[in-house]
Design a protein around this ligand. Structure first.
Ligand code: AKG
Ligand code: FE2
Length: 202
């Protein structure tokens, strides 16, 4: 499904209305995006976390880092994150997206997809500390990757958005309650991508 038909005009798109997703391509220009990509890859203390999935311990198939206000801890797939302090680069990105998001974020999860083998499995960001209808702002730098969305109960209701270099995807409303999302592995070669999901921890 292509980018535009998904956000079909006049509310035509069935299932995934504009009140749960808003996509802004090229919020950051090509120069800014490659500068942020390089700096974030180089300057972030990336970790590969161990998660428990179906009772088995596995390494997450990507690298992550957690930043935010000091008092905001976050539990995620059996891990407790103590956030690193905000950096000037992260604050600059946060200031650019807050006017479009209509909220103030207090934390950000960074994901580093080194190549097509890195991924994030189907999930919803529906942890209680994110609140009932969380606003999550997802910023992408580097390699364009496909972001798939499916209905939690009816898996045939499925959409994809291409998250391009420098883009912003706002997730809000009932999205986390009724839908889940992933970034699948790719068999075609993929270059590096860094994704930042800004969140509000209650
Ligand atoms: O990399 C992405 O676009 C999605 C990341 C994501 O879903 C998450 O961090 O919860
Ligand atoms: Fe997510």
């Amino acid at each position: 499904m292509d980018q535009l038909s998904m956000f079909g005009e006049g509310g035509k798109s069935e299932g995934l209305p504009q009140d749960v997703l808003a996509y802004t391509p090229a919020l950051f220009n090509a120069h800014e995006s490659s500068t942020f990509l390089g700096a974030l890859i180089a300057d972030t203390p990336w970790e590969q976390r161990v998660v428990k999935m179906y009772g088995k311990e596995m390494l997450t198939p990507r690298l992550t880092a957690w930043y935010g206000d000091e008092n905001k801890n976050y539990a995620y797939t059996g891990n407790r994150f103590h956030p690193l302090p905000w950096t000037p680069a992260l604050l600059a990105i946060k200031e650019r997206i807050e006017p479009l998001s209509g909220v103030r974020f207090n934390s950000v999860l960074l994901n580093y997809y080194r190549d097509g083998n890195d991924s994030v499995a189907w999930h919803a960001d529906d942890e209680t500390e994110l609140g009932k209808q969380p606003v999550i702002a997802s910023v992408s730098f580097g390699q364009m990757r496909r972001f798939d969305i499916r209905h939690k109960i009816n898996h045939d209701r499925k959409y994809s958005v291409r998250l391009e270099n420098g883009s912003l995807l706002l997730m809000k409303g009932d999205l986390q309650q009724h839908w889940e999302h992933r970034v699948a592995k790719s068999t075609t070669p993929m270059k590096a991508r860094v994704n930042l999901t800004f969140r509000i921890i209650q």
